[in-house]
Write a protein that binds this ligand. Structure first.
Ligand code: AMP
Ligand code: TRP
Length: 326
């Protein structure tokens, strides 16, 4: 258990099954083998226009959902990023070894900047993410496919820091699931399922009621054919549903393909919906049972412990760059 894991999730809107399949499922599983550290990355959420009262609410809601999904505070250090100022301090230090050209190639800045307006926080977002990971000197980072570029930058910065200032950071590995690293929108299987998609029907939130889930799967966009087969090129909508079905039922894609190939889309979609309903019901129940006051207390206690750990690590970093106390 001496290997460490870090990951984070933004408190913007509710979490959906893309988050669960692509990342959170691994967060939970990795608790068995690693020392796990997880963040609600509230500082990252400030890089797009937001309402302070809404942020206050969604960060607690996100923490509560993470606990409901199975992040276990007796095994994982779960806290709000903003509560551990060492993340921001390391961001500054890393920014001094980051090239502007490299940052300009980050696709997220271009995409989000076009949608919601550019600011320096959005530009340096990936450096803060690198600092989240490196401040705890972790070995592995469970994330969905969309974080690949950010992880590459993190590895790059760790290597650059080590060669300039001496061996300090391990080079972290990206951990993505084999199936479901990129869950697609139910309304447009060429776009990724996303919290910020204005269409509610494009995603299934972890707290959606069973009938809402059934309706969204029934109305999900598929092709005009009849055959259920796993073929991303010609049947992206069906392939996306097959991946979800496999995740929630535990059955292999081959098995499901064989069982439903002749059934037609209607009965197939019904079965997919029931598997998702069964998978999300325990999460919804646990969420309702969790007390917000208790969630807040857990977050505070963990932040305290995280500050101690991050501070110990930062003392080494400060010494390496020439900022020891005397
Ligand atoms: P975010 O919602 O952007 O904060 O992402 C939180 C985690 O969920 C990250 O590890 C993402 O890579 C992952 N994630 C987000 N959307 C998807 C998706 N559609 N499919 C798979 N993983 C996703
Ligand atoms: N950028 C990630 C996302 O949008 C969230 C994140 C912030 C993160 N810091 C991180 C993920 C550190 C993994 C490790 O999903």
């Amino acid at each position: 258990m001496d290997k460490k894991v870090f990951s984070g999730i933004q408190p913007t809107g509710r979490l959906h099954i893309g988050n669960l399949v692509g990342a959170l499922d691994n967060w939970v599983k990795m608790q068995d083998e690693y020392q796990t550290i997880y963040n609600v990355v509230d500082l990252h959420a400030m890089t797009v226009p937001y309402d302070p009262a809404e942020l206050q609410r969604t960060r607690l809601e996100t923490a509560r959902l993470l606990l409901a999904v199975g992040v276990d505070p007796s095994r994982s250090l779960l806290y709000f990023q903003s509560q551990v100022p060492q993340h921001a301090e390391l961001t500054w230090i890393l920014s001094t070894i980051t090239g502007i050209g490299q940052m300009e190639r980050m696709t997220q800045f271009k995409e989000k900047g076009e949608k919601s307006g550019q600011n320096i926080g959005l530009f340096s977002y990936p450096i803060l993410m690198a600092a989240d990971i490196l401040v705890h000197r972790v070995h592995a980072v469970p994330v969905g496919d969309d974080q690949t570029q950010h992880l590459e930058l993190t590895r790059d910065l760790a290597e650059r820091f080590n060669s300039r200032f001496g061996e300090t950071f391990p080079i972290p590995e990206r951990i993505t699931p084999e199936i479901g690293a990129r869950v697609m929108s139910l309304q447009d299987p060429t776009a990724k399922m996303s919290k910020s998609d204005p269409s509610q029907a494009s995603r299934i939130d972890l707290l959606d009621e069973p009938d809402t889930i059934r309706k969204k799967i029934r109305s999900s966009v598929t092709d005009s054919g009849r055959e259920v087969s796993y073929d991303w090129e010609n049947k992206a909508g069906i392939s996306n549903l097959l991946e979800l079905f496999s995740f929630f039922s535990g059955a292999g894609i081959d098995e499901l393909e064989a069982e439903y190939s002749e059934s037609g889309y209607g009965p197939f979609k019904e079965a997919v919906a029931e598997a998702i309903v069964d998978g999300l019901t325990p999460i919804r129940t646990r969420y309702k049972d969790l007390d917000e006051g208790e969630v807040g207390r857990i977050m505070e206690q963990n932040a305290l412990q995280a500050r101690t750990q991050a501070e110990a690590s930062m003392q080494g970093v400060r010494a390496a760059v020439g900022l020891s106390p005397r």
